[in-house]
Design a protein around this ligand. Structure first.
Ligand code: ADP
Ligand code: MG
Length: 330
């Protein structure tokens, strides 16, 4: 089960000749049945990459292969897109005046009415929208509409599901449910899923493989765990974990010796304990986070952040001993 389902080779899409836009020289492959998350700030090229993979956008250079066959661009076929892939975008593209059932069933032909009905009902069950069967799409919440859109995308023997910012319209509670459902769907059906998001928590929770995009370039391609603990750039550390970034001079102020320009660490790498290398910091702010506090600490005018798992343990203007247990240099 180590088959590659998708391979992207040297993919470049430039919208304008002069300005930087789109994506540049992207290379990666995806294993069948995996969930891949593409994370990057707004404008980093996520949607462009997704559209090129699906065959909606013509790349300037490079190719996409699905099961070894090149995916055709929009200029090479009558209906742009690929029969074995489906893309769900933020607007869902549903018929909002039609019933949920009819929206999904409309993707299947009428050659076998009984099979059509059975398949539609099964897909609704999988997405947990059976109770919405006879409702019109316009009367559904954003999260419900999204489930309908996914059911509709999956019903016609889709091998690869492309999701563009799938969680942006959904509230926090539904978001968790939808994430879990997507993970379950991939496991149950062997479906391969590519989702793009500017919110790293989507990707970290779900994905088998994480791609980090910045200004159209692929910075890192690895497992979420490895990427998080070994970010290859400051950007990755910041987008994934709200990292603290110090310049060389600030690092020296805290007693960290470095030859590099920057020292980077996550707040949870700061140990609030008294060791031989601990330094005295003043607590300049306490942010309540529920079951923990985030502390803003200051020493010699340099500010860092640390986590205090015993919420309420420290107050503003307290003094604490802290040790930066691990840091990366860039
Ligand atoms: P993301 O989805 O990560 O927010 P996009 O792929 O939409 O990013 O856009 C990547 C870059 O390409 C941005 O700088 C954007 O302004 C530019 N871009 C996207 N679509 C077009 C277009 N149709 N024409 C010109 N520039 C575009
Ligand atoms: Mg986008």
């Amino acid at each position: 089960m180590n088959e590659q389902i998708i391979t992207v080779k040297n993919l470049t899409k430039q919208y304008q000749e002069t300005q930087l836009s789109g994506i540049r020289n992207i290379n990666f492959s995806i294993k069948k049945g995996d969930i891949v998350a593409i994370i990057g700030e707004s404008g980093s090229g996520k949607s462009t990459l997704l559209k090129c993979i699906y065959g909606l956008l013509k790349a300037n250079e490079g190719e996409v292969f699905l099961n070894g066959k090149r995916v055709k661009g929009p200029d090479e076929q009558l209906i742009p897109g690929h029969a074995e892939m489906k893309m769900v975008t933020q607007d869902f593209s549903l018929n909002i005046y039609a019933k949920v059932y009819d929206n999904i069933a409309s993707m299947l032909s009428n050659t076998d009415i009984a099979a059509k009905k059975a398949k539609t009902l099964e897909m609704m069950e999988r997405l947990r929208i059976t109770p919405l069967k006879d409702k019109k799409v316009i009367d559904l919440s954003g999260g419900e509409q999204q489930r309908v859109a996914i059911a509709k995308a999956l019903i016609s023997d889709t091998k690869v599901l492309l999701l563009d910012e799938p969680f942006s319209q959904v509230d926090a509670l539904l978001k968790n449910q939808l994430r879990a459902d997507i993970k379950r769907l991939a496991k149950e059906t062997g479906l391969t899923i590519i989702l793009v998001s500017h919110d790293p928590t989507d990707g970290l929770f779900l994905a088998d493989q994480l791609l980090i995009l910045k200004q159209g370039e692929l910075l890192q391609n690895d497992s979420p765990e490895h990427t998080y603990s070994n970010p290859s750039s400051i950007y990755t550390a910041q987008i994934l974990g709200n990292a603290v970034v110090l310049n060389q001079q600030e690092a020296h102020q805290l007693g960290i010796k470095t030859q590099k320009q920057h020292v980077v660490f996550y707040p949870e790498w700061v140990e609030l304990k008294n060791t031989w290398s601990s330094k005295r910091f003043e607590v300049s702010e306490v942010y309540y986070k529920g079951f923990y506090d985030e502390l803003l600490l200051e020493r010699n005018g340099v500010k860092i952040r640390a986590l205090q798992l015993n919420s309420g343990e420290h107050k503003k203007n307290d003094h604490v001993k802290a040790n930066i247990g691990r840091f990366l240099e860039f």
